[in-house]
Design a protein around this ligand. Structure first.
Ligand code: NCD
Length: 299
């Protein structure tokens, strides 16, 4: 049984195999999951991750059961543990996709589940499938990953998408990373120590203009409002690290701009029409990457 809980599950060979399978899914997926059921349990809001997993399952011939807003509408609201919930739902479905606000809950779910569990984001921990689709987008839209200058921007402290992407980029020794964040939201040591271990060249900066001007790939992220215990603290950062049309105009002409979405104000809508803007393409690729993942896990 293959759970996808930790970004560390994927090495270079596994990534390449998944991306080749994703290319295939874009051309000719077939319906290999006919008769299979996927359950989605989201204890935090989601648009892309939940709906792209569900669409992926349907396109592959499978079916979906779900509890929208699991925090409120599942038995978690009555005090049921995650272990009991997955034991039961795991008897109804062939795989579970779970998002939860607390780091560590996904590992508990996997330990109790009779079927594979996919981490769709656990607090400020990890979001492995987002990092997979991010890498696939860089590979496809930037003409490869190796040797690129990749700036990861925004809330690197709480942002699980940024954290998981940086972790996986350590599998590509030719990349150069620029970790750009407002003062106080820098990447945590658990990720930077991994970069050093793997010999990845990286620098940290608070200068967004510098990071954007250098980048072949600019990966912008949202300040993670829901992780701040204090609204005033969040407001201190909000709007302080935005990509405006003026800043985007200083970028390399063949650079690309990505964002896991949703955005609030950290990429101006005026940037959407620029050739560098690829975040909606990125969200679309998420569907195919998740199709490839589900096929690998369930066939
Ligand atoms: C991200 C998440 O939930 O971590 N969204 C997503 O899955 N595409 C990023 C975010 O919410 O800022």
């Amino acid at each position: 049984m293959k759970h996808i809980i930790d970004t560390a599950l994927f090495d270079r060979a596994a990534l390449e195999a998944l991306f080749e399978k994703t290319d295939l899914m874009r051309r000719n997926p077939g319906t290999p999951l006919t008769g299979k059921i996927l359950a989605t349990l989201f204890y935090e809001p989601s648009t892309r991750t939940r709906l792209s997993f569900e669409a992926a399952m349907l396109k592959l011939g499978g079916q979906v059961i779900t509890t929208e807003n699991a925090k409120e509408f599942s038995s978690a609201a009555k005090g049921e543990t995650i272990e009991d919930t997955v034991r039961v739902v795991g008897a109804y479905a062939d795989a579970l996709v779970i998002r939860h606000p607390e780091e560590g809950t996904l590992a508990r779910a996997a330990a109790a589940s009779p079927v594979p569990v996919i981490n769709a984001g656990d607090g400020a921990g990890q979001h492995p499938t987002q990092a997979l689709l991010d890498l696939y987008t860089i590979r496809t839209e930037a003409g490869g990953i190796e040797d690129k200058i990749i700036a990861i921007l925004g809330d690197l402290h709480y942002g699980r998408a940024a954290r998981s992407l940086a972790y996986l980029l350590a599998e590509y020794p030719g990349v150069r990373l620029i970790l750009a964040s407002p003062e106080g939201l820098a990447m945590n040591e658990d990720i930077t120590s991994r970069l050093r271990e793997k010999g990845i060249q990286y620098e940290e900066t608070t200068d967004i203009a510098y990071a954007l001007a250098q980048a072949d790939v600019a990966y912008q992220t949202r300040i993670q409002k829901e992780r701040f215990s204090d609204e005033a603290e969040y407001l201190r950062f909000k709007g302080s690290f935005n990509i405006t049309a003026d800043l985007a105009a200083q970028m390399k002409s063949d650079a690309i701009i990505l964002h896991p979405l949703p955005r609030v104000d950290e990429i101006s809508p005026a940037v959407d029409v620029l050739p560098q803007a690829r975040y909606f393409t990125q969200a679309h690729y998420g569907l195919f990457v998740r199709m490839a993942l589900l096929t690998s896990m369930l066939t």
